[in-house]
Design a binder for this molecule. Structure first.
Ligand SMILES: [Fe+2]
Ligand SMILES: [Fe+2]
Length: 234
């Protein structure tokens, strides 16, 4: 019969390894979200270099691509990431603010969908959207994400769920674009491709687990900082 000490060290070893796996999953989730942020910021910068009258077609394609990328990212956060953050953050203001900022951004996205580069306020509307997004991303990365560094969450389950939803959203985007013709197809395919490219090795084959199980029962991941995602502002 194993001694009490052997059992204790086996338990602490297994807890340490589950903490490590959880920390890795947490860092990959935050890294994935930050990669999306970088990608859209890059698209806004590309737009700044164009002339809305001379490069109308290019501008329109860029706006469509950016809006699609933002919608996919926002859906993933609103459906999965924010509820998880809300469940474990003592201070929920940061999540409330993020949701309100998403609503404002979506209103501008809807306006842009009904506009063309001929519209007088087309470039201005897109530029304001870019400013909103920059502010929002900075709050997520500098306030919300650091607050999650010691959150008691089942990060591995959260990662699995986010990866599955992301793939489904990409499929929806691609099949939606097939229906709406070749031009839209190339726009949304490129948004989808860009996001896929960012994902790299994160793809995680997933057994379907019980989503209703509380993720917030995960272990405190202790000292492994979220900053080891190695990301910075793009
Ligand atoms: Fe975000
Ligand atoms: Fe967000």
């Amino acid at each position: 019969m194993p001694s009490r000490q052997t059992n204790t060290s086996a338990t602490s070893r297994s807890r340490a390894s589950s903490n490590r796996a959880g920390a890795a999953a947490r860092n990959e989730i935050l890294s994935m979200l930050k990669d999306d942020h970088k990608e859209v910021k890059k698209l806004f910068r590309q737009f700044e270099k164009l002339d809305v009258h001379e490069d109308a077609e290019e501008c329109e394609a860029l706006v469509k691509q950016t809006c699609q990328a933002l919608e996919m990212h926002a859906t993933l956060e609103e459906e999965i990431f924010y509820p998880a953050a809300r469940s474990c953050l003592g201070e929920e203001d940061v999540v409330d603010e993020a949701e309100v900022e998403h609503m404002s951004a979506k209103m501008l996205i809807e306006q842009l969908k009904g506009m063309t580069p001929d519209d007088e306020k087309y470039a201005a509307t897109f530029k304001v959207l870019g400013e909103y997004i920059k502010h929002h991303v900075s709050e997520e990365e500098n306030e919300m994400f650091p607050q999650l560094s010691h959150a008691k969450l089942d990060w591995q389950e959260l990662q699995e769920e986010m990866n599955e939803r992301r793939e489904a959203l990409m499929d929806e985007m691609q099949s939606g674009s097939k229906k709406s013709g070749a031009s839209a197809k190339s726009d949304s395919s490129s948004a989808s491709r860009d996001m896929q490219k960012n994902r790299g090795s994160e793809k995680d084959s997933g057994k379907s687990s019980d989503r209703s199980a509380s993720r917030s029962s995960g272990e405190d991941l202790g000292e492994e900082s979220i900053n080891d995602t190695g990301l910075d502002e793009g």
